[in-house]
Write a new protein. Structure first.
Length: 326
């Protein structure tokens, strides 16, 4: 969605704080549940459920994104997507995002308007409004997004509800972002479908509320890797989880890329982060919702210990991404 805004030439220091805000918000449309968007002291967002699901995340230049690898629009899409995925993982329907942006004064205005274009594009894809935020000066680009959601009368699906005997299922792609990162790290820019999976995820937003309605007992956004995030579910629920590697989707494109790079595609699927697919547990007597794929089972802690195994055995390295440790 190309920018429809005012002047974009020069730097953000030249256009000024309020000129920049006007440039990225003017003439934008909002969904019905945005009662009041940008332009006042705060926004108003409808919350028919009476409870608001809220999540926030930050993206720092050269930590979470590189502008020599991704366009500003792709970074904008990613910033919104990674936050809305957390809302969907609670079983809520995303409703709105607020954005805080810090950047150097020498940043080109068109770079920020393109970043905003990507944010608005992803917000529209998810059916949410970009309802407000703030801009400040800093030494590098930092993006903070707060996402809101509405449960629409259902109970929030937490990480702590998994019980022995239940099935584990996923919805969305696994391993694609890790493969894209590996390609970019080798200095390549193709295949584009794999590289773009790292530049911006495509979370299955509707799958979260659908899983909640279908009786999901626990759910999580896969941001740090399948095994690492299932480990959070296992710990919170006091259970063991065993993943069936033969049930995992390993796309032919990942196999081809792994072969070219001398890598193992299954490792990307098991430990690669930033795909923002969803993982959930369901009672074994129920069918998982359409679009969900069974990949494992929940076991009593006495059987498996609290943690995650693959085909009945520990998988090393199991740990996904952690800040300060890498």
């Amino acid at each position: 969605m190309p920018s429809q805004q005012g002047p974009t030439e020069g730097t953000v220091a030249e256009i000024g704080e309020f000129g920049l805000i006007d440039s990225v918000t003017r003439h934008r449309s909002q969904p019905e549940h945005t009662l009041l968007g940008p332009g006042d002291d705060a926004a108003l967002v409808a919350a028919p459920d009476g409870k608001v699901v809220a999540s926030t995340d930050m993206l720092v230049q050269n930590v979470h994104f590189r502008l020599d690898w991704s366009s500003p629009a792709q970074v904008g899409r990613k910033a919104v997507a990674v936050n809305l995925a957390d809302v969907a993982a609670m079983g809520a329907m995303p409703t709105a995002v607020l954005v805080g942006l810090a950047c150097p004064g020498a940043t080109r205005t068109e770079q920020i308007t393109e970043l905003a274009d990507g944010m608005w594009e992803e917000a529209e894809r998810a059916g949410v409004g970009l309802v407000g935020g703030d801009v400040v000066a800093a030494d590098q680009i930092v993006i903070s997004v707060t996402a809101l959601g509405d449960l629409r009368g259902v109970t929030a699906v937490r990480r702590s509800g998994a019980r022995p005997g239940e099935v584990v299922a996923i919805n969305g792609r696994l391993g694609w972002s890790a493969a894209g990162l590996a390609v970019l790290g080798r200095g390549f820019r193709s295949p584009v479908s794999v590289v773009n999976a790292h530049r911006y995820p495509e979370p299955p937003y509707a799958a979260g509320p659908e899983a909640a309605a279908a009786g999901a007992t626990a759910m999580i956004d896969i941001s740090d890797g399948l095994l690492a995030d299932l480990g959070h579910v296992a710990t919170a629920s006091g259970v063991g989880i065993d993943v069936d590697s033969n049930a995992l989707p390993v796309d032919q494109k990942l196999i081809e890329v792994a072969s070219a790079l001398g890598a193992e595609p299954l490792r990307w699927v098991l430990t690669g982060g930033e795909d923002h697919a969803l993982a959930a547990t369901f009672p074994s007597a129920r069918e998982v919702p359409p679009g969900w794929r069974r990949i494992g089972v929940v076991a009593a802690a006495a059987d498996r210990g609290v943690g995650v195994t693959v085909d009945g055995k520990p998988y090393e390295p199991e740990q996904g991404w952690q800040h300060w440790r890498g």
